[in-house]
Structure formats: C-alpha cells, structure tokens
Design a protein. Structure first.
Lengths: 90, 186
C-alpha cells in the first residue's frame, strides 16, 4: 500500500526541486507527482508565505525559490533527520 | 554527593543548551513555513526545554519545597510535550486510545492534590472556592475519559464552566482580601 504523503513532505519536495532548477507548473506537478489543481493551491500558499515566486515567460509561468525560500531550504535540511526520526518527514 | 550534583548539573545544562538551540531553530522554521506538524514539534521541543529547565532549577534551588515543586514540574512539562507529540500520530495509528488517559491523569492528580490541600490547610471562604476548583478537576478527568469512550462532551463543558467559575471566584476572593486589607485595619 502506498503511504499518503503529508503536507510537509510535499512542501519539502517542491522546495527541494525548485532549489535545483526553475520550473513551469506542469513539469513541477509531474515531478512532485500530484494533480495540477492541488499543486496550484499549494503554490499559491507558498507564494503568500514568501517561499517561492514566479516569473512570466511568454504565456507560461516559471516558479523559483525566493531568497527566504533558500534560507528555509537550508534550515529544513538541518532539521530533516530529526523530523524523519519522528516520522514527520519520510 | 557534591561531585554527583555537579556532574548532573553539567549534563542538564548541556541538554538545556541543545534544546534551546533546537527550539530557536524550529521556531524560525515554523515562522517561515507555518505548518501544523512543525508547530506541534516546536511545542514538543519547547516543553522538553521547560522540563529540563525545571530539572536544573530543582537542583540549584536550595529550598526543599520549591525544589520539590520544580521536580514535579519536570515530569509535568514532559507529559505535556509527549502528549503534543502523540497528537501528531492521532490520525495515523491507534495511539489515540491512550491520549485521554494522558489528559485525564494530570487532571485527576490535580484534583487529589487540591483536595488534600483543602483538607490539610485551607481555612475560611477560600476552602469553598478551592473545593469547587478541585471538583472541576475530577469532572474534567472523568469527562476526558468518558468522551474518549463515546461519552458526551457535556461533562467536559460542565467541568470547564466549573473550573473557570472556581478560578475567577478564587482570584477575585484573594484580590478582595488584598484590597480590603487596609480598610479592615482602619
């Protein structure tokens, strides 16, 4: 049985992917493995929190981490092992 | 004995420093990400820090009575922390069965301790207000257990009402005692 990912796990995956490259939402949805409509809501939430931002490139949007997002990524990497030990992160 | 206390204190201070560092780190992460799981974990770490601090002060403070109170606070903070941590597992496994027992036992213990205080020490009208507060803790503890086993939320609501009423009466009573002190003398 496939274990359902929690919100933190999905957010961490998004941040991890965007720390390596800027992506359009379609490719991001594919890499994160979740439907676009659910991802869209999450991306909006992350934009509101100042973790990610987007740039218009022609007709599509490209998402990337903000400087605050990079800081959060570094901090999340520091606490990742602890969170894994408690089953909060996979 | 002195060597033992010194070593114990050093160990406790190391853990206090580590928990302080972790608390600051997790508060910073939570402020950026604002997710429930991080918040609960942060609360858990802070409670463990408070537990360790109580432990340190229970060693340092020479007054036996204050030291005993802090010694009890050590485990109370730890219980609160572990309960917070259990909340994270609430929907994913069967540990929720034990949560009401964790929640109920400090209440029942608070009830027993306050009853003992009423019986042993308290005089005047304070006795009635503290008895009311004591009763509310028993109802609260029983209510937590009943709710867990398909009971009614009404018990919890009643106990909270009694507790709030008793607390406000007790505090107002003591405030009135302070305020009327000079006047009585006159």
């Amino acid at each position: 049985m496939v274990k359902k990912r929690n919100k933190l796990e999905i957010v961490f995956e998004i941040i991890d992917i965007l720390s390596k490259e800027t992506l359009n939402p379609t490719k991001l949805a594919m890499l994160v493995n979740m439907p676009y409509d659910r991802l869209k809501k999450l991306l909006e939430e992350l934009i509101e929190k100042g973790i990610i931002q987007f740039e218009e490139q022609g007709r599509s949007k490209v998402f990337m981490l903000t400087p605050q997002g990079y800081k959060l990524y570094e901090e999340l990497k520091k606490v990742r092992k602890i969170l894994k030990d408690y089953g909060i992160l996979d | 004995m002195y060597l033992y206390i010194t070593i114990l204190l050093v160990i406790e201070l190391i853990s206090v420093s580590a928990f302080t560092y972790l608390s600051i780190l997790f508060v910073r992460v939570y402020r950026k990400i604002k997710l429930d799981s991080i918040l609960l974990y942060t609360i858990f770490i802070i409670f463990l820090l408070l537990s360790q601090l109580s432990g340190v002060f229970s060693i340092i403070i020479p007054d036996t009575r204050i030291a005993t109170t802090l010694y009890i606070a050590t485990s109370s903070f730890a219980i609160a922390g572990f309960t917070t941590m259990l909340m994270l597992s609430f929907s994913s496994n069967n540990l929720y069965i034990f949560i009401p027992i964790f929640i109920a036992s400090p209440d029942i213990l608070a009830g027993i301790l306050s009853t003992l205080i009423v019986l042993k020490r308290i005089k005047g009208e304070t006795r009635y207000f503290l008895s009311l507060l004591s009763t509310s803790y028993y109802i609260r503890g029983i209510g937590a257990l009943l709710t867990a086993f398909q009971g009614t939320l009404l018990t919890l609501l009643i106990s909270e009402t009694i507790r709030a009423t008793a607390a406000v009466l007790l505090s107002l009573h003591h405030t009135a005692q302070v305020l009327t002190y000079g006047k009585e003398k006159e």
